[in-house]
Design a protein around this ligand. Sequence first.
Ligand SMILES: Cc1ncc(COP(=O)(O)O)c(C=O)c1O
Length: 375
Amino acid sequence: MMRYLDNAATSAQKPLSVIAKMWKETLLTSVNAGRGAHRKSLRAVNGINKTAESLARLFNIADPSRIAFLPNATYALNLGMLGALSPGDHVVVTAMDHNSVLRPAALWGNYTIVPAGPDGFVDPGQVEKAILPETALVVCTHASNVCGTVQDVKKICEAAHECGALFMLDAAQSAGCMELDAEDLGADLIAFSGHKGLLGPLGTGGLYAAPDVELRPVITGGTGSLSESLYQPDFMPDILHSGTMNTPAVMALGTAAEIIENPEEIFVRERALAKDFEADLKNMDGVIVYGTDGDNRNGTVSFNVDGTDPAVLEEYLDRQHRIIVRAGYHCAPLAHKALGSGKTGSVRVSFGYFSTDSDRMAVSDAVYDFLNAHR
Ligand SMILES: Cc1ncc(COP(=O)(O)O)c(C=O)c1O
């Protein structure tokens, strides 16, 4: 039996109804949405709108047309960040952010990185201090993909707004597997993956832009709207919908979103597995666990066996125990520096929707076996 515990990368196991929808729409709706008015094109438009409605319900977004579908959270973060910034603007990001936030900030050039503590938390007060008069945007990840810490994004959002900056949430690790209320949070932009906690197909993600947020187009092209104009439509979602979309995948993402009734329940279940796993690890000599052991964390755990290359343990768990985890920097090098794993990266176990206590016990036993075999 294989056990998949790399859910922070993507939820490799998909509900059967999502797979079935993907197949069905590949047969019926492998067409461009909104190009022409033929019946297949209209079926695609309706299907995409339905997914937007399902996600709007899940994220408490009043207007589903403010959600654009993109291939993943990376595209959403790039298009959101570069689209919200104008020449001369400064952007604030954090050390817990993923490279899909850090690299667009570095590409932009005028940015500040707010440090994080060894527990994996960013202090909202430090974010406030980093905001300059020319700061137009603050970006922060909701939950760390390295150690699972959940940031106080409400306070960070308030700090941005008090200084007149926009706030963008990176919800790659939270969409679908944590309560995410766009209205209550007040974020101006929310980037999400469709293929992780939302349990949708690979190649899905999106960007929500609040009603008063204006973006500049970054990628222009055919949208099926205002086709007589040389200029990109300036309205959502068309401003972000350049080129052919993976219509069947977006429609299947809608099926996935309908399955997720209570993200908070999923969060609590995954967090319990992570906390029990951490407790197991802390009982083993020579194991270092990174980040908080408090309650503001999700189902992702990072650790190392002292003196062991994380890649060696990753390979051992796969080859000897058929347990899939991930070793390395997880595209978040500054988070590792803050947590104390900057030299090697870590082994990451990330529990997901389908994870069970049997998975948790199996991975704990396998790490224990590794320690015995290598001591
Ligand atoms: C915190 C965070 N942000 C952004 C991304 C990028 O997401 P995607 O793979 O959908 O581009 C990831 C992916 O692991 C992530 O963990």
